[in-house]
Design a binder for this molecule. Structure first.
Ligand code: F1P
Length: 291
């Protein structure tokens, strides 16, 4: 399938992204107040980028689902960053149109010959990471890798950890599990949301996602044997013990969290196969949503 080929190419596309992130770019400068918008997977990458940019001390960075963007109120943003693989998603185009001429815009996209590029002041194109599959894997992770590099992070460990995640066996218990809760904190909360979406899109799985510590405030009540609680990043004190008391399987790998998302993509693919589904053509979805 395309999804399989695309997800296996991530170490190479991440390396290329690291090179692009290391050279000067039109992305917002440190100190600017930034809104980041996207839909679906691209919204979750916006969440991760926003948390990383704030953690890097670069200033206020607010992520929005493009359909729920800040347009009613002037919040004083200095720049808008849009993320869209297709460059055609209607809600993203609406935000870019609405702020045109008032707030500088930069769009991260796959194909520079698209409406989002035409309406943006600047673009960062990642054509080498564009995809055939409806279900996004490498475009999203490659865009986030470029952004991590642009924030000054060394992403070489993420690349080697992704290679390891691609070589590791996919646990049968994950392929057969009844339900998954994905957890994260800071920038890895966006990864948890993306992991949950990937499993729904590719394999019709029942998945949820929460900020790690929120999980104990209610959602843990459905954790049980045969279900999996999967945390991205280091475990907060006591969480593992709480999950294990329910009989659910607790998963937390010491690798780079974005590389751990690659492993979830593989679980989604294996579950799709086990259910006889075509992961490239998920039920009820199109490559880009046009209203
Ligand atoms: C965003 C998106 C995808 C989703 C689906 C519909 O697309 O929501 O994340 O998987 O295919 O579109 P884009 O704006 O990044 O092209």
């Amino acid at each position: 399938s395309y999804m399989e080929q695309e997800l296996h190419s991530q170490p190479e596309t991440w390396r290329e992204a690291a090179r692009i992130g290391a050279v000067p770019s039109p992305l917002p400068k440190a100190g600017q107040r930034v809104a980041v918008v996207g839909c679906g997977t691209s919204w979750f990458m916006a969440q991760s980028y926003a948390a990383l940019r704030e953690a890097a001390g670069q200033g206020v960075t607010d992520p929005f689902a493009a359909s729920e963007a800040f347009l009613g109120t002037d919040r004083g943003y200095d720049a808008v960053v849009a993320i869209t693989r297709s460059g055609t998603t209607t809600e993203v185009l609406r935000v870019l149109d609405a702020v045109k001429g008032r707030i500088p815009t930069v769009t991260i996209l796959g194909d520079p010959a698209t409406p989002a590029a035409a309406v943006s002041d600047e673009v960062v194109a990642l054509p080498f990471a564009d995809e055939e599959s409806v279900v996004q894997t490498r475009f999203a992770t490659t865009a986030l890798t470029m952004l991590r590099a642009q924030l000054g992070e060394d992403v070489s460990r993420a690349v080697t950890d992704a290679q390891e995640a691609l070589a590791a066996p996919v646990d049968k218990e994950w392929v057969d599990a009844e339900q998954f809760a994905f957890l994260g904190t800071g920038w890895t909360f966006g990864l948890a949301n993306e992991a949950a979406l990937k499993m729904r899109e590719a394999s019709q799985s029942w998945t949820e996602s929460y900020p790690a510590m929120e999980y104990r405030h209610g959602p843990i009540s459905i954790a049980a044997p045969g279900r999996v609680t999967w945390l991205f990043g280091p475990a907060p004190d006591g969480l593992e013990a709480d999950v294990e008391r329910t009989g659910a399987r607790f998963v937390c790998h010491p690798r780079d969290p974005l590389a751990d998302l690659v492993l979830v993509q593989r679980v989604a693919l294996e579950r799709a196969r086990a259910r006889g589904l075509d992961p490239d053509n998920p039920r009820g979805l199109t490559r880009s949503v046009l209203l």
